[in-house]
Design a binder for this molecule. Structure first.
Ligand SMILES: [Zn+2]
Length: 462
């Protein structure tokens, strides 16, 4: 059953009517500095879980609303508090799980912000603040769409689980145990993960693939102690030189990945030219892009390898010494369709085989996150596309994302029959994780509208 135009207008009008109140609720969530990283105050994450639980309770819709914690997988105590609310399905309707997270990234240096990170400010059509987009707007899109659903539908038969995690930005260390502990209350047929973005502030998207990741520390040793570069330089290799040669072996001359065994895909991608790439990434004039294939295929469907940190003397403290040991942190993005463990094995094998001068590199502190490839033909994906088309007035793009949401594979493992939809409120200017994070209010309104229409469809469709 397709929704009538009158229904679409009705939903849009109700959201427009409530918008100021929704933005005020979002602002009060943003004011809580719920950074989930170890070095930050956990009572703020607790406060933000309480604020989300209060919003869920305020809907007078759920049979239960709880704040729950689970043990971290590494055995170092409990993870951050998550909010779980459930209302059981009636009359054979499906159950939909609405996921978002209430924790945020650290704000970074205040000086890099044009506004104050935890004091939300609306400038023109955007709300600025840490978490304004990622992912407190995701939380509010669930709350607001449920509010409209209950107002519009005389009978909600759809089962709904609201699951708002508190540690996504810290790698979800207790996620697996959380799913195990709360399997029954989380059980659902459709899972909507509202933690991604849209193609632009005027064109919606369904995220259909995500790259996985592999990170590790790589250490190279060549000497058992530092020595004078004048005495032995030129004959004894230093660790930095060995590391530079080893890292250089990871890419071909054109910048494409030289590691055998890392897979790539090449599905069709939307138009995205070099000018747009340069504008959005800040790539300097004269510096050429890496690799081959369409730019979006390189970002969405090919592996990449980046060195994100290095332990070596800093420039001011550098002396004329041959360094005995150098370590770097390596971040590998894994193409959708390849298991992260397989990618880790391929990179490890490459590094062991390509170390120069008999050096034996050591890999430690390795962690992996699985990529995601959606079934784009399921009934939920079809209903979601129709709802997005109605709400935004344009057909959604099937989008890949170069980043990773590793916990999705935990959902897949726990609920293999469930259809997973990855949606979100962000747009290319949202700058999630960066200073000056912001939410486009028009896109937010459309995203709430699309989700409400989807829930109405799933509630009414026979
Ligand atoms: Zn997020």
């Amino acid at each position: 059953m397709s929704l009538r135009t009158a229904d679409v207008e009705n939903v849009a009008n109700l959201i427009a009517r409530d918008l100021d109140a929704i933005l005020a609720e979002l602002a009060s969530l943003v004011r809580i500095p719920s950074v989930s990283w170890n070095a930050f105050d956990p009572t703020q994450v607790q406060r933000s879980s309480e604020a989300v639980a209060a919003l869920a309770t305020g809907l007078s819709f759920f049979d239960s609303v709880s704040i729950l914690q689970a043990k971290k997988s590494d055995g170092t105590g409990l993870g951050q508090p998550a909010v779980v609310a459930r209302r059981d399905a009636r009359n054979g309707r499906p159950t939909v799980l609405l996921y978002a997270h209430h924790d945020v990234q650290p704000p970074g240096a205040d000086a890099d912000w044009l506004t104050t990170p935890f004091e939300p400010v609306i400038i023109e059509d955007r709300m600025f603040g840490r978490g304004a987009a990622d992912d407190k707007a995701g939380v509010m899109s669930h709350i607001a769409s449920l509010r409209v659903l209950t107002e519009l539908s005389d009978q909600v038969d759809l089962g709904i689980v609201l699951y708002v995690e508190g540690e996504e930005e810290f790698g979800s260390p207790s996620f697996q145990n959380f799913l195990n502990d709360n399997r029954e209350v989380l059980a659902s047929d459709i899972i909507i993960v509202a933690d991604s973005g849209n193609w632009s502030e005027t064109v919606p998207a369904l995220t259909v693939s995500l790259r996985g990741n592999v990170t590790f520390k790589l250490t190279v040793r060549t000497l058992d102690h530092a020595v004078h570069s004048g005495m032995f330089g030129g004959v004894v290799p230093d660790a930095m030189l060995a590391m530079i040669h080893l890292l250089a072996s990871l890419n071909n001359a054109d910048g494409s990945i030289a590691v055998e065994g890392l897979v790539s895909n090449a599905p069709e991608t939307p138009d995205y030219d070099e000018a747009q790439l340069r504008r959005e990434s800040g790539l300097l004039d004269g510096v050429s892009p890496l690799g081959t294939g369409s730019y979006l295929n390189r970002i969405w469907n090919q592996p990449s390898i980046t060195v994100t940190g290095i332990d070596a003397p800093n420039v001011d403290n550098a002396s004329n010494t041959l360094l005995p040991e150098v370590s770097v942190r390596v971040s590998v993005r894994v193409a959708p369709g390849q298991a992260a463990s397989e990618a880790a094995a391929a990179v490890t094998e490459h590094l062991l085989a390509h170390a120069p001068w008999g050096v034996v590199p050591v890999i430690s502190d390795l962690s992996t996150g699985e990529p995601f490839l959606a079934d784009t033909t399921g009934t939920a994906a079809i209903a979601a596309r129709a709802a997005m088309t109605d709400a935004w007035g344009v057909t959604p793009v099937d989008m890949g994302v170069g980043g990773s949401i590793p916990f999705i594979s935990d959902f897949v493992a726990m609920f293999p029959e469930a259809q997973i939809l990855v949606t979100g409120v962000e747009d290319p200017d949202s700058r999630a994780h960066s200073p000056n994070e912001s939410l486009h209010i028009g896109a937010f309104e459309k995203a709430i509208c699309a989700q409400t229409l989807l829930l109405l469809r799933l509630n009414d469709e026979q």
